[in-house]
Design a protein around this ligand. Structure first.
Ligand code: PLP
Length: 361
């Protein structure tokens, strides 16, 4: 078996311990003679799996009792519609546009009501987070929406916006469980699992109970109402059962590693190693304003498209995969989620040094 260092933005690297355990249990989960993939989602065995996953996630994130945890499907993109469908009582949502995912959510919300762009960093190719201390929040806004970590551009909010009392909704897909979070500051957090949490196909929404109501936009499908899933404890229909099982294993792995504070420390060490190299390199440079740098997604360029392409090609040959930047921005991007070990980043930095020495002027 040979594993590469996988810097993909998602689906992304998962902890080897989790994959090995899942492989061991693949044919016969804990003596029941079948795989979790083959198991009824109504069985006692699966009930234990989903309940434990939720309990561990609550523990990790310190989720208060008045918040519900929902295991959903449809990708994070489905939330772009579910948010306005369920929360737009006045049909007004304020959006901060910090990249493509925030923009997509904003555009989707326009299908249902008035979506206002109250700030944007489009003027500098989304390379920074705008000042969010005093935004022109709409009087009648049902919520303020952010994408907390911008996977493509590599920015992250270091302080949450002042929403002037309005409900904060956050897409946390690419910073999920990467550091401690104060859940009470949000009305709703959601994320696709396929970056830091598990396989594609699972979306986790954490939502304050008072936001779960029957008062949704007319025509909202049953499956797209938070209440449907909250009332049925995420078992209204067949859930992404195998994915939830893997998420549960990742939660236990995180707890064993000391939880989110320990994870943050480790993630900072990894990211600092790469950012320090970028700051001192004569060939490579990071593309994000320092104060807004993400711990998870690190975009960088040489400034020469041919050299970028050569770098990506040679890196791949050296076992460093998926370093090509998003197709909309080019250059390179190293996604260094929780499961990327320090050795992976050390190997990348050593490779970059060597590449610079061989190709520098
Ligand atoms: N939001 C963010 C921050 C993302 O990075 C992505 C995907 O990469 C999405 C939303 C879309 O997720 P999905 O493909 O699960 O719909």
């Amino acid at each position: 078996m040979s594993r590469v260092y996988n810097f993909s933005a998602g689906p992304a690297v998962l902890p080897e311990e989790v994959l090995k355990e899942a492989a061991d249990e693949m044919m016969d989960y804990r003596g029941c003679g079948m795989s979790v993939m083959e198991m009824s989602h109504r069985s006692k065995m699966f009930e234990t799996i989903i309940n434990e996953a939720e309990a561990d996630l609550r523990d990790l994130m310190g989720i208060p009792d008045n918040y519900r945890v929902l295991f959903l499907q449809g990708g994070a993109s489905q939330q772009f519609a579910m948010v306005p469908m369920n929360l737009m009582k006045n049909r007004v949502g304020d959006y901060i546009i910090t990249g493509q995912w925030a923009k997509k959510a904003y555009q989707e919300a326009q299908l249902y009501g008035k979506a206002n762009a109250v700030a944007s960093s489009a003027d500098k190719t989304f390379s920074y987070i705008p000042d969010v201390s005093d935004l022109p929040i709409s009087e009648d806004a049902d919520y303020v929406y952010i994408c907390e970590n911008n996977t493509i551009y590599g920015t992250k909010y270091k302080t949450l916006p002042n929403t002037k009392g309005k409900t904060l909704v956050a897409d946390i897909s690419s910073c999920f469980l990467s550091e401690p979070v104060d859940v009470e500051k949000y009305g709703l957090l959601f994320g696709g699992a396929q970056k830091n949490v598990g396989p594609a196909g699972v979306v986790i929404a954490i939502i304050r109970e008072d936001l779960i109501t029957e008062d949704v936009l007319p025509g909202t499908p049953t499956m797209l109402r938070y209440k449907t899933h909250a009332d049925a404890a995420s078992l209204y229909n067949t859930p992404p059962a195998y994915g939830i099982y893997i998420c549960g294993k990742v939660f236990k792995w995180l707890k064993n590693r000391g939880g989110l504070a320990a994870m943050k420390e480790y993630n900072e060490k990894k990211a600092n190693l790469l950012y320090d190299f970028l700051d001192n390199s004569k060939m490579f440079r990071g593309t994000v304003e320092k104060k807004d740098r993400s711990l998870m997604n690190v975009p960088f360029v040489t400034g020469d498209a041919d050299l970028d392409a050569l770098f990506v090609k040679e890196a791949k040959a050296a076992g460093l995969e998926n370093l090509k930047g998003h197709r909309s921005v080019g250059g390179m991007r190293a996604s260094i989620y929780n499961a990327m070990p320090m050795e992976g980043v050390e190997t990348l930095v050593a490779f970059m040094k060597d590449f610079e020495a061989r190709n520098g002027k």
